[in-house]
Design a binder for this molecule. Sequence first.
Ligand SMILES: Cc1ncc(COP(=O)(O)O)c(C=O)c1O
Length: 370
Amino acid sequence: MSNLDGAGDGTRAVHAGLPEAVVGQPFLPGPVFAAPYHLDPVAGPGLNGYGRPDNPTRRALEAAIGEMEGGHVLAFASGQAAITGLLLAVLRAGDTVALPADGYFTVRAFAEATLRDLGVETILVPTAGPYPAFDGVRLVLLETPANPGLDVCDVRAVAAAAHAAGALVAVDNTAATPLGQRPLDLGADLTVASGTKALTGHSDVLLGYLATSDADLLTRLTTWRAQTGGVPGAFDCWLAHRSIATLDLRLARQTENAAAVAALLRERPGVTGVRWPGLPDDPSYAVASAQMRRIPGIVSFDLGTAERVARFLTASALIFAATSFGGVHTTADRRAQWGDDTSPGFVRLSCGIEDAADLIADLTAALDQT
Ligand SMILES: Cc1ncc(COP(=O)(O)O)c(C=O)c1O
């Protein structure tokens, strides 16, 4: 909504994508469940013809995310649907794609199998750099902060170098969310993200999206999605839109909790490799604090062995053993159990919105028993 230009994050999150007020109508219209719609018998297809390309609940969610990312948004059934959609829509045999060496591992797995079989070469680049010259690269995908190691990169600098070499740049904005950083403003051609995590934040929805301000890319990706069909259902779109209203509040509490948790973990014997980009001596701190508006509530650390992680998770009363991150419940995940390239005792802890004092007490008690 144009009258929200310059408004604060809380105001933007609450009002994002809402229709004009109509007396007697809800603030956020309920989900529209439809496969086909009534057509005009004479004119044929209009705004809504068939549910795969057209759904008003999905369009409202896309408008909401688009207002926050600062571009046009296409929603997908999951983050992976959005990322693989981007890769398959843009890359052709003979192309090279640069992917984060330390980003979400399923993207690398997809590249190393499906993309390779299609004749697309992959180069892996650590998020913290050094970055190559990108000559001959068609697409550079960045993930910052990277999941799960939490390194960050300077999007403006990498985008400038990639553009000079003729490459497109996409940024996975899953961990940061559009309230944490707006990759399109930092020079990226595309933002891609899983909305399953902090954006929706209630651990009840799978969602992905792509955002761009480039009309040609938007047309290409819209056609790709309509033809391949990986769209989210109306109810999930509505749940996601409803959840976005509290994004500002949820992120604020998660960041506050992560600061307390990281400070505690740093002081604990038997806990090594604590990473949180908000710690002033973290390797990500300088770039993150210059580039990001908020630091996500994700902290990573190492307990040394799988057995110690199991004892820690069993002893904790508040921290759920679960994968994913960004939800209202604090969760912890031993990433190696999923095949991620991390040491056996590496833990990604995602702070929820519980009270910091309770989390700290629980974490302390659990570590005492670990
Ligand atoms: C950084 C990142 N991107 C993309 C994805 C994929 O998202 P989804 O699980 O919604 O398919 C994930 C999932 O963990 C992720 O962490």
